[in-house]
Design a protein around this ligand. Sequence first.
Ligand SMILES: Nc1ncnc2c1ncn2[C@@H]1O[C@H](COP(=O)(O)OP(=O)(O)OP(=O)(O)O)[C@@H](O)[C@H]1O
Ligand SMILES: [Mg+2]
Length: 233
Amino acid sequence: MERVPTGIEGLDELLGGGFPKGRIILVSGGPGTGKTVFAMQYLYRGVVDYGESGVFVTLDEPVERLDENMASFGIDLPKLREEGKLSIVALNPIQFVTIRPGGLIHIIREAVKPNVKRLAIDPLTTMLLQEKDPYQQRLDIMRLFSTLSELGCTVVVTSEAKHATLTRTFHVEEFLADGVIILHKVILKSKVIQALQIEKMRGVTYDGQLRPYQITTEKGIVVYPKERIIELE
Ligand SMILES: Nc1ncnc2c1ncn2[C@@H]1O[C@H](COP(=O)(O)OP(=O)(O)OP(=O)(O)O)[C@@H](O)[C@H]1O
Ligand SMILES: [Mg+2]
């Protein structure tokens, strides 16, 4: 299986080299766990370290806000856009209501040119909220994922987890994605510790233990692949 290095420090070691190429990876976590930073960092490292173009589809934050947030990590998104290396498709939830999942699929198809290797959609949850019927929701996700698979990109899709703790319910999108990474917040002796867990990654062997991570200004998300979270109570 060919691999796509994420460029996220420590994560590629857990993955045994990177994401399986051409697959759809879901990154799930509670508020502020770093889902957007993760998705953006994956695209950014793709451009800088591997010369791969990316497309970021945002379904919650406007472009200006993303530009500002990423600038705080030293990432110059407007420059990358000018150079044609990383484009952003921004749809707010109100626009989304009118286009429905079918419209989103169309927009993504248009935006992903043949040279694009990395795609991120953040967060998928906006799309799921529209559909109350679980069966229809599953069909919508299957339709979207099947289109994404045809694009030839390796895709990161984020989703908002309802439960921030380790005991949690599973979401339909987790069953349909090829890989799932969970960003947890763990309380350990009254301290909040952030931990990353690879829940599944079809077709490859990986380290599925909880590993601590931090969001740093210098490097964005950094995972500590050798450290353990102990005394979980
Ligand atoms: N410049 C920075 N340096 C270090 N950490 C930062 C910086 N900017 C943001 N952070 C951290 O990143 C977190 C936000 O990450 P991010 O926006 O990716 O979370 P999210 O999971 O997408 O949240 P949401 O569910 O609200 O969309 C903040 O809570 C903060 O801890
Ligand atoms: Mg976010």
